[in-house]
Structure formats: structure tokens, C-alpha cells
Write a protein that binds this ligand. Structure first.
Ligand SMILES: [Zn+2]
Length: 465
């Protein structure tokens, strides 16, 4: 199948070009002159931007969280991703049974995803405990499974202490793999949770108060120090929600530390006033870290602009409001944590970022596609428009005006956090390896089209360059 995309404006993290784009058998065949190219199909992209497909390296599909199961599986979640212009995800595997091997969850997740996903995908490994067996097993997960990043948590049931964190960071550095970290200080969280619950302060706003900004900043600062002590191990801080934590990352980068940062749309577009919404509406936004005050939002944009924040992931983790979320009605700590967002990431960042001139077209591509692809070992197969790359593309019409509503979206959950947002610009076509999988509001791809990607190590050259 040969496709010619004519008259579009191609945008990469470095260039904006008005050129034709030729695709042959799922790969970018050539850019520029197309006279000699006989296509099976022509897409007229006049007036449209042609971007590398979005790369979302923070999703939770098929997630089992205690009593609850996230509402999107690898089929519905990747359909929603595709309809929002995202063509690759790296999903954070959930915890398996206590004491299980690393391979256990890899097998479970292949069962979830392999015949279901409609876009290409990979998984982050998950580390629940550390011992000699786990440390030695890491090698085969990296080498044979092609999983080159692992998530650790500093809170929740399987939190690691500093001793274990150092073991993990050192081992993963040796293997050329990344340590991705959920940074919150567990002692601070448990202290404040008890404090508010004892005073019968149980509403959603106390979810935010019980997880103060300092809890994130302390953990980020400590992880930067541990990375240094682990021989400059590469660390990736997921979902940075505060300016305090971002500033620590900025300072560390300036000193040459091997740290990278991710934030999420919810920390840029929503603030903690949402927890006071009527009729228990605040439960929709119970996620960790929590939403912050408005001042943090503007500061996070400056950290994006300066390159401190490298990527935007979604932390897509949907639970129905008229369902699982109601468990938190009388006690915020009983509410399953997480919110949807896999479909709205690109539209929000394009409209609020590019169209409002907070970031350039190239910066938009860098934070949503190129940087996450580079940092997670997917580049240049993903994250760029260049000859030989996968023809994963999203075409955005900058003139399309849309009011976001839950009905418009394909996420398999009963609400969106962005109800009523007026957007300028919206994805109109998505291609995955040369196949049109989304067009004008309709999913046109097929179940099982997505392929698992064995990712590269991060040892060669400067990480992410
Ligand atoms: Zn997450």
C-alpha cells in the first residue's frame, strides 16, 4: 500500500516544511518530490499540519487497582488514543501477586495487549520487591523482552526504601535501562491522611491537602541524589505536578545529573478548586499526585518552555464516576486513584499550547512525541518524520473548533475532566504504520493491528539525544 500525503505542512521537533510525504508499506519512503511515486491513495492535507504520531509513555490499561479494574483495556484504550492522535504507548504494568517474578507481569500484559491493541505499544517493567533473584532477572527482561525501563514507587504497598532504590538504579544503569519513579514521600502522605481522617475531614479536597507539594519535592530531590550515588543512573520522574519539584530537576540538569521529567495535561489545565465541585464531583479528580493550585500551572509551562520538563504523558487511569469513584463519597482515601486523558492529550496541548502561543509547533512535537520516543528507546522508529521511520502520523486541522464533551470521546469511561473546554484545532486523521486508523471522528483501524515494540537500551550516547 502506497500513500501520498500532499500539500500538508510537515512538522518535526526541528523543522516546519511544506513538502509532500510518500509512504510505502508502512514506512516513510521519501519527503519532497513525489512525481515518480505512484500512490494507491492520496490524502490532501491542504491547510493541515502533519505531525509524528503522539507517543504517550504513561498509561494504565487493564489496570487492577485493589478492588477496582480500570475502565479501559488495551482495545478501548488504544482506540481512544488513536482517535486523539496518539500512535504509540508505553503502559505501566500493574502489580502482580506478592513475590512474583518480573516475567510474571510481562506475560500477563502480553495476554492483555497482544490481540487487542490497535496501535504499537510497549510496557514499563514494575519492581515490587528487590532481592538477588529480581536483580539478576532484570537482564533477561531488558535483553530478551526488550523492556528497557522499570517503574518503582516510593509510596503504596510495594514502595521501595532508599537501599532498594540504590540497588535498582545501579543494576538498571549497568543494563542500559531507565528507572522511572513515582515520587512522593510515603511518611508525609500517611501522616496527613491520618491527620485529616481523624478530624473527619474526608471530602475530596483533603485528598489534595494530604499529599502536599513538599511530599513530591522531597522525593524528587532524594531520587536525584540517589541517581548521583548510583553512578549517574538515568532516572525519569513521572507526573511532575509542582513547580517545586520541577525546579529541583532544573537545578540538577544544570549540574549534569541524568534526570528527566514528565508532566501531564491535568497539572497544566486543572487546579485543585475542582475538588470542591458539587455532588461529589471532586471525586473525578482524585489522582496522585493531586491537582495543585493555579500558580503551579503557569510555572510548569515555563519549565516546559525551558526544557526542564521533557515530556507530557497522560497517566490515563480511568474509573467511572457513577461507579468505582463513588467508593470515596465518605472518605477520600477509599476512592480509586486516577483519571482519563489518553484521547485529549494532543488536542489540549495543541489548542492551549500551540494556538495560544505558549509553545512552538516544534516544541509541541518534542514534548508529545520525539522526546518520549528518545527517552524510552523507541527512536527513530517512532517520534519523527524521516525516511525509514514508521509512518505513524497525526494530521491536525488548526481551524477546526470543538467543544470537548464526554460524548465526543472514545475513552470507555463515563466522564472527561475537560468537559466544556473549547479547543482550536483537532486531529482529523491518524495513521499507524501507513494505515489510516482514524478519520474525522471515526475509528477506522482494527483490533490487533498494534505490534509490541522491543525497545532499545539507553546506554549509547547522551540519554535522549
Ligand atoms: Zn501512573
Amino acid at each position: 500500500m502506497k500513500i501520498l500525503i500532499k500539500n500538508g505542512t510537515l512538522v518535526t521537533s526541528e523543522n516546519v516544511l511544506r513538502e509532500d510525504l510518500c509512504i510505502d508499506r508502512g514506512i516513510v519512503h521519501s519527503i519532497g518530490k513525489s512525481d515518480m511515486f505512484i500512490p494507491d491513495e492520496i490524502i490532501d492535507a491542504d491547510g493541515l499540519y502533519v505531525f509524528p504520531g503522539g507517543v504517550d509513555v504513561h498509561t494504565h490499561l487493564n489496570l487492577h487497582q485493589g478492588l477496582y479494574i480500570a475502565a479501559d483495556d488495551f482495545y478501548s484504550g488504544t482506540v481512544a488514543a488513536a482517535c486523539g492522535g496518539t500512535t504509540t504507548i508505553v503502559d505501566h504494568m500493574g502489580f502482580g501477586p506478592s513475590g512474583c517474578s518480573l516475567k510474571h507481569q510481562v506475560d500477563v500484559y502480553h495476554d492483555y495487549a497482544d490481540a487487542q491493541a490497535v496501535i504499537d505499544y510497549s510496557f514499563h517493567g514494575v519492581i515490587q520487591h528487590v532481592d538477588d533473584k529480581i536483580l539478576s532477572e532484570m537482564a533477561s527482561i531488558v535483553e530478551e523482552e526488550g523492556i528497557t525501563s522499570f517503574k518503582i514507587y516510593l509510596t503504596y504497598d510495594y514502595k521501595l526504601d532508599d537501599h532498594a532504590v540504590l540497588q535498582v538504579m545501579n543494576r538498571l544503569r549497568e543494563l542500559g535501562a531507565v528507572t522511572a519513579i513515582h515520587c512522593e514521600n510515603d511518611g508525609i502522605l500517611s501522616y496527613f491522611k491520618d491527620y485529616y481522617l481523624k478530624r473527619n475531614q474526608t471530602g475530596p479536597i483533603f485528598h489534595a491537602h494530604s499529599r502536599p507539594e513538599e511530599a513530591e519535592a522531597e522525593a524528587v530531590g532524594r531520587m536525584i541524589i540517589l541517581s548521583k550515588l548510583a553512578g549517574d543512573a538515568p532516572i525519569y520522574v513521572v507526573h511532575v505536578s509542582t513547580a517545586k519539584a520541577a525546579k529541583l530537576i532544573a537545578d540538577a540538569k544544570r549540574m549534569g545529573c541524568n534526570v528527566r521529567g514528565e508532566t501531564c495535561p491535568q497539572y497544566l489545565f486543572l487546579d485543585q478548586e475542582r475538588y470542591n465541585d458539587s455532588n461529589h464531583g471532586g471525586l473525578k479528580y482524585i489522582m496522585s499526585p493531586p491537582l495543585r493550585d493555579k500558580a503551579n500551572q503557569e510555572l510548569l509551562w515555563t519549565y516546559i518552555k525551558s526544557g526542564t520538563i521533557d515530556t507530557i504523558g497522560t497517566d490515563h487511569c480511568p474509573f467511572n464516576f457513577h461507579g468505582d469513584k463513588q467508593a470515596g463519597r465518605n472518605d477520600f482515601s477509599k476512592c480509586p486513584n486516577g483519571a482519563p486523558g489518553i484521547e485529549t492529550r494532543l488536542p489540549l496541548l495543541f489548542s492551549e499550547g500551540v494556538m495560544k502561543q505558549r509553545i512552538s509547533l516544534q516544541e509541541f512535537v518534542a514534548i508529545t512525541s520525539t522526546n518520549p520516543a528518545k527517552l524510552m528507546g523507541l527512536y527513530p522508529k517512532k517520534g519523527d518524520i524521516r525516511v525509514g521511520s514508521d509512518a505513524d502520523l497525526t494530521l491536525i486541522d488548526p481551524h477546526k473548533e470543538i467543544t470537548l464533551t464526554h460524548d465526543l470521546l472514545h475513552e470507555h469511561v463515563d466522564y472527561t475532566c475537560y468537559e466544556g473546554f473549547k479547543l482550536h484545532g483537532y486531529p482529523v486523521i491518524t495513521l499507524s504504520r501507513g494505515e489510516i486508523i482514524y478519520r474525522n471522528g471515526e475509528f477506522t483501524g482494527r483490533k490487533g493491528h498494534g505490534q509490541f515494540i522491543k525497545r532499545k537500551k539507553v546506554t549509547d550516547g547522551v540519554w535522549g539525544k
